[in-house]
Design a protein around this ligand. Structure first.
Ligand SMILES: Cc1cc2nc3c(=O)[nH]c(=O)nc-3n(C[C@H](O)[C@H](O)[C@H](O)COP(=O)(O)OP(=O)(O)OC[C@H]3O[C@@H](n4cnc5c(N)ncnc54)[C@H](O)[C@@H]3O)c2cc1C
Length: 472
């Protein structure tokens, strides 16, 4: 008789946990997954999926206006926030049910309860106050938004957890933060008719993304009506009879119907009992893991946002799958976190893969830049001022494409395919040799012949460190 009730106890039925549970069960393991909120996790319930549905909703605002340039006339369109929230809820409930059914089909038992770790093999199922012994424990508890900075009245603020289900569309919304979640919601609400103010510590949005793209996103948001407060953070939030008042550094005061804090997310390990089991956490509470997602405790693994590697759904899924292959499938699998394509779903959207120009110039002796900025065909008749921006970052010595960045319609879709090319080690010459699809915006990626800049380090170039040389 085994010492264990199950082979695998998964804590958290989000992207990483569900994939790991299903694949492990497929290998014949006896698997249980505990979920304290809703099966599907952040992505399905209050992340990627409902957000993208709201992005679609927001883009109709532009489409109705643009239609006039193509001969359509419409009576003034009306938007009903409550209808959107209800439709969104129906869809995420459907998806959550599919996740549940798939776990069932795979033979995974679902416990609708919080779970906590007691020791390297014991988990407490909180709702039933029951203990279970597991050969392996997988921590897949994700992350949670932080309410920072810690200012008086911050309890009046909402986070991305609450924004999807507001009872009413706010007329005035203050968003604090400059990361991708902050700018995506700024873009959504500005188009739905809300007056959006974005307050952030830095002097531009999207720190870590390519500089030219950051400028492009900022300008597009400004064009959509977003009011920026750069270099400003809230000093306090007060509730008054008109809504909320936000005092910002530099003495500004803004009235709003809602204040959303989107300054970051933190691994969800608080109160989980991992320290008791001897699991090492880093300074933000993330589970420290090796390339196979194993913690310092032999029987405890962790995948997804709780490890604070790259907090994206496909990454959590890949890590969960690799964990199951490694532990139950006899195929030790490490996940590569290089060249992960990703998108920021502002309007227009930003799709990106690989190194930014700054990262490439730091890493390589010679970097070539190919850049294009043009008005998309659709904008010629719609009259919209949007610009599409594309940038290819190339190793000037090997011709290898190190990164591609696109700001424009469908850039997320382009990033997915560009990710294949960049991961295969494509050279700029391979891009050039590829026939264009005409007429598209993406064709520009294979027709950019003229280098816009070359940066060489002093040792090999005549232009001095980081000097841009004139093109031949
Ligand atoms: C607003 C927003 C938009 C996003 N947009 C994108 C996007 O466009 N593309 C993208 O790739 N990623 C996006 N993300 C990130 C993505 O949602 C996460 O990277 C992904 O969900 C991580 O999966 P996970 O399995 O690690 O954790 P999660 O999906 O968060 O799942 C963790 C689960 O564990 C449960 N849980 C926690 N503690 C316990 C416990 N003690 N007991 C039982 N259950 C517990 C939680 O309730 C949750 O369901 C977005 C995130 C947010 C917040």
């Amino acid at each position: 008789m085994s010492d264990f009730d199950v082979d695998l106890f998964v804590i958290g039925a989000g992207s990483g946990g569900v994939r790991a549970a299903r694949i492990a069960a497929g290998y014949g393991a006896k698997v249980v997954v505990a979920e304290e909120f809703r099966v599907g996790g952040t992505c399905v319930i209050r992340g990627c999926v409902p957000k993208k549905l709201m992005v679609y909703a927001s883009r109709f605002a532009d489409d109705f206006v643009d239609a006039a340039g193509f001969g359509w006339s419409l009576s003034p369109p009306q938007f009903d926030w409550a209808k959107l929230v209800a439709a969104k809820e129906k869809e995420i409930s459907r998806l959550s049910a599919i996740y549940r059914a798939n776990l069932d089909k795979a033979g995974v038992a679902i416990l609708d309860s919080r779970a906590e770790v007691l020791d390297p093999h014991t988990v407490r199922i909180v709702a039933e106050d029951r203990l279970m012994r597991a050969r392996y424990i997988l921590v897949a508890t994700g992350g949670a938004p932080v309410l920072e900075p810690d200012v008086p009245g911050r309890e009046h603020a909402i986070t991305s957890n609450e924004i999807f289900d507001l009872a009413e569309l706010p007329k005035r919304l203050v968003i604090v933060g400059g990361g991708y979640i902050a700018v995506e919601f700024a873009s959504i609400f500005a188009r739905l008719g809300t007056k959006v103010t974005l307050a952030l510590r830095g002097d531009n949005v999207l720190r870590g993304f390519d500089e030219d793209m950051r400028v492009g996103v900022r300008d597009a948001l400004r064009h959509a009506g977003v009011d920026f407060k750069f270099g400003m953070l809230p000093m306090g939030i007060e509730k008054n009879d008109k809504g909320f008042g936000v005092s910002l550094t530099k003495g500004e005061f803004i009235e709003a119907d809602q204040v959303m804090i989107a300054t970051g997310r933190r691994p969800h390990t608080h109160g989980l009992g991992l320290e008791k089991a001897g699991v090492a956490l880093d300074r933000v509470g993330a589970v420290e893991v090796d390339a196979f997602s194993k913690s310092n405790v032999e029987s405890i693994y962790a995948v997804g946002d709780v490890t604070n590697r790259v907090a994206l759904t496909p990454v959590a899924i890949r890590e969960g799958h690799a964990f199951a292959d490694t532990v139950f499938g006899g195929k030790p699998t490490a996940v590569s976190h290089a060249n992960i394509p990703t998108a920021v779903f502002t309007t227009p959207e930003l799709g990106t893969v690989g190194l930014t120009e700054a990262e490439a110039r730091e890493a390589c002796d010679c970097v070539d830049i190919y850049e294009a900025s043009f008005r998309p065909l659709k904008a010629t008749l719609s009259g919209r001022a949007d610009k599409t921006l594309m940038k290819i970052v190339v190793d000037g010595l090997t011709d290898r494409v190190l990164g591609v960045h696109v700001l424009g319609d469908d850039a997320g879709e382009m990033a997915q395919l560009l990710g294949i090319a960049v991961n295969l080690g494509a050279k700029k010459a391979d891009f050039d040799a590829t026939m264009a699809v005409h007429p598209t915006s993406a064709e520009e990626l294979v027709t950019m012949r003229t280098r816009t800049a070359r940066y060489q380090r002093e040792a090999i170039g005549e232009g001095g460190p980081g000097a841009a040389l004139a093109d031949p």
